[in-house]
Design a protein around this ligand. Structure first.
Ligand SMILES: [Zn+2]
Ligand SMILES: [Zn+2]
Length: 249
């Protein structure tokens, strides 16, 4: 009898899993049923869009003083041009993105990577449509960070963007050689100093352009620090893509 119950239980689990994978899903945000994607189109349309800012770093331009007539380029990029050609982001770092990204980053909720990448992909596609080929490089974490966080969230995002775009991912090209304090608590100047010389290039960069992938970008100093090293190592061109942009105060 006991044996039979065990077998029935096993069978019901098997059937439940089979049925579940064919059932329409709930939207992870509004719990609306009958969805084919993890974030429904209504919730995705509510994601905070960005205003057009600097053509290079994406930051909003507060004063026209620093922008020329034809190109909107911020004062920072005019006086200190970054090593990357252009940094692109999909959304502003406002509700609901901070909580989603925190879940992905610090609470091992890896299932957020796919819907985030899915939501951000149209922006990615629009920004990089002129590239026939590119290699996606997620911002690496220092080995000590793997103890506190199991997955590299940038790597998870890159993996899904690779599936949508068809561009390969290279997780071995760049390594983080020095653990650095979290960028979020630092000023722009401290951020640059914080990440300078903290990345190493492990192999000859590919000939095709490189797109560095991150979850949140603020001043772009992390992407810039990696781009400096990549260009020194022989990369042809480096871009940046992040799901969200946090504005500089
Ligand atoms: Zn929804
Ligand atoms: Zn700029």
């Amino acid at each position: 009898m006991e044996d039979m119950i065990k077998r029935l239980n096993k069978l019901s689990t098997f059937i439940r899993l089979k049925v579940d994978s064919h059932l329409p899903r709930h939207c992870l945000l509004c719990l609306d049923t009958g969805q084919t994607t993890s974030i429904c189109s209504a919730c995705r349309d509510d994601f905070p869009s960005t205003v057009n800012g600097c053509e290079i770093c994406g930051q909003s331009i507060k004063t026209q003083l620093y922008s020329t007539q034809r190109n909107q380029i911020c004062g920072h990029c005019l006086t200190r041009p970054p090593a990357f050609s252009k940094a692109v982001f999909a959304f502003d770092y406002r509700f609901p993105l901070p909580s989603i990204i925190r879940q992905l980053k610090y609470h091992e909720r890896g299932y957020w990577a796919k819907p985030l990448a899915q939501a951000a992909y149209s922006h990615f596609q629009q920004a990089f449509s002129q590239l026939n080929q590119a290699v996606l490089v997620p911002v690496p974490m220092h080995s000590s960070q793997y103890y506190s966080r199991r997955d590299n969230h940038a790597q998870l995002l890159a993996k899904h963007l690779a599936l949508y775009s068809g561009f390969p991912v290279n997780t071995k090209l760049v390594a983080k050689t020095r653990a650095t304090p979290r960028q979020a608590e630092l000023t722009a100047k401290m951020r640059r100093r914080n990440v300078r010389n903290s990345f190493a290039i492990n192999m000859t960069p590919p000939e095709s352009p490189i797109i560095i992938i991150d979850d949140v970008m603020t001043t772009g100093s992390t992407i810039d620090a990696i781009a400096v090293q990549l260009l020194k190592a022989g990369a042809t061109e480096v871009f940046g893509f992040s799901v969200a942009r946090r504005s500089v105060e």
